[in-house]
Design a protein around this ligand. Structure first.
Ligand SMILES: C[S@@+](CC[C@H](N)C(=O)[O-])C[C@H]1O[C@@H](n2cnc3c(N)ncnc32)[C@H](O)[C@@H]1O
Length: 451
């Protein structure tokens, strides 16, 4: 039986629907809005979301739904959603399995002491310039494969100067620019997210001014730090240089546990999960491996396992669908197929010629189902969700993540409010990856938890 409250909620859904559907898929592509700004430029993380699009979706929901105060991103990545939530004055909770993602978010959340950071940058640069030691301060497996001796000496100079800074918030800001410098100066190709060594000729002929590169990235990040701060100031969201609302960031697996925020339920979830297991889509872990060898883990989080640093594939194995086990529990499989007829059909199709590929897909969706269940357990009734997803190919078959995600969420008591699609034209995907190269569209699902 429908109640008056149901009809109020249905009206809110209808308002959101009407407001968003009025703009066509061309609009949502944000073709003109390709230049990243503010904290979104700090680090070139893979598959970053489009800030303007997330901002518009947040504005629409905040305007139409009363009392939206807290947002969760269970796959927080480099914090695109987080930064946009800050401009809307929302409290925020983010989780990621990748320590580098947590570092990026911690650096973006402030504090915003503009004069202090400027002085600290000047002092950091002088320390780097006056250090003439040639020692190499880090050691890890295959270090000399991934870096030349000269690059390691310069990176060590920068690292010593950063370690000399006594404020953690400033060190984090510096580590982010340092991380980007490491990525650009290593012997791994930048055309792929995987660790992939350059040719010997390429390595021998490259001339890398590591210190110049670091200073230039840091200068650029500082300029965008000031813009980030200025926008937060204009929105009246800063108090004595710090963001007024709470931001909590957890290094963790959203398929295992998502904490409540101060014991209270979340009002809104906005996220973009990985589109498939990391090994065959975007290897966030391999991408982060080299920077994490140089950045002291205690400056990121004190719970980082040592294995993260020892094995290049460790983070990717921990991520959604990362297990390589072929030992799928029949009961789990049946449950998943009952929940998602689309997944059942896809696995049947895939089994015809690619039985070996079905395990990975099932492992991924079982982990995703657990994450979604955990998300719903911390979301308040009538809380909203915005999921941005893309459909990848496996063995030539398109896997409709949008439909499967919708079926899982509906099974656990949610309702689809609206689905939008957009062309991907300014998102940094793995263009050389055979599984994602045909991915040109993204779907945005707006859903509401109804029970
Ligand atoms: C597409 S990115 C997220 C983009 C992000 N929402 C933003 O605002 O830019 C996907 C992220 O999911 C993370 N991830 C993968 N498996 C995870 C898991 N089991 N728990 C938490 N995070 C995970 C990856 O490390 C990656 O950073």
């Amino acid at each position: 039986m429908s109640t008056q409250t149901d009809s109020v909620q249905d009206n809110i859904d209808m308002n959101i629907y009407n407001e968003l559907i009025a703009k066509d898929s061309d609009y949502w592509s944000f073709k003109e809005d390709t230049k990243r700004q503010k904290s979104h430029v700090y680090f070139n993380y893979p598959a970053m979301m489009v800030p303007a699009m997330q901002s518009e979706l947040i504005s629409c929901i905040v305007k139409n739904v009363s009392n939206i105060k807290t947002v969760l991103d269970p796959f927080v990545g480099s914090g695109t959603v987080m930064a946009e939530c800050m401009y809307h004055g929302l409290s925020f909770q983010g989780l990621d399995i990748n320590p580098l993602a947590i570092l990026l978010c911690k650096a973006k959340k402030g504090p915003f002491y503009e004069k202090a950071i400027k002085n600290k940058i000047d002092s950091l640069n002088s320390k780097i310039d006056s250090d003439d030691k040639l020692s190499i301060d880090v050691s890890f497996v295959n270090r000399d494969k991934w870096f030349t001796k000269e690059v390691l000496q310069s990176l060590s100079r920068i690292r010593r100067a950063i370690l000399d800074e006594n404020m953690l918030w400033a060190r984090r800001f510096f580590w982010v620019a340092f991380g980007e410098t490491i990525r650009q100066s290593s012997n791994s190709r930048t055309s792929t997210f995987k660790l992939h060594i350059r040719s010997k000729e390429d390595i021998d002929s490259r001339e890398i001014d590591v210190i110049g590169k670091f200073k230039s990235i840091l200068r650029n990040n500082y300029e965008h730090f000031c813009l980030h701060k200025s926008d937060l100031n204009d929105a009246n969201e800063l108090s004595k240089g710090s963001y007024k609302h709470q931001i909590k960031l957890h290094l963790g697996d959203s398929a295992k546990k998502i904490p409540c925020m101060n014991g209270k339920k979340i009002d809104l979830i906005i996220s973009s999960p990985p589109y498939g297991d990391n090994h065959t889509t975007v290897t966030y872990g391999q991408f982060s491996y080299l920077p994490l060898q140089f950045i002291p883990t205690k400056d990121i989080d004190n719970k980082i396992p040592q294995d993260v640093l020892n094995i290049t594939t460790y983070i990717d194995k921990l991520s959604l669908g990362g297990s390589t086990s072929k030992d799928i529990n029949r009961k789990v499989c049946k449950e998943l197929f009952d929940i998602s007829p689309t997944l059942k059909r896809i696995i049947a199709d895939l089994s015809v010629e690619h039985k070996d590929k079905t395990y990975k897909v099932i492992n991924f969706y079982e982990d995703l189902r657990n994450s979604l269940k955990n998300c719903l357990s911390v979301l308040r009734k009538d809380g909203y969700m915005v999921w941005t997803v893309g459909n990848r190919n496996v063995g030539g078959i398109s896997i409709p993540l949008d439909k499967i995600l919708q079926e899982i969420l509906e099974h656990y008591g949610s309702k689809l409010v609206l689905k939008l699609d957009r062309d991907i034209c300014n998102k940094r995907m793995a263009s050389r990856n055979k599984n994602t190269k045909t991915m040109t569209k993204e779907e945005i699902l707006i859903m509401r938890k109804v029970v």
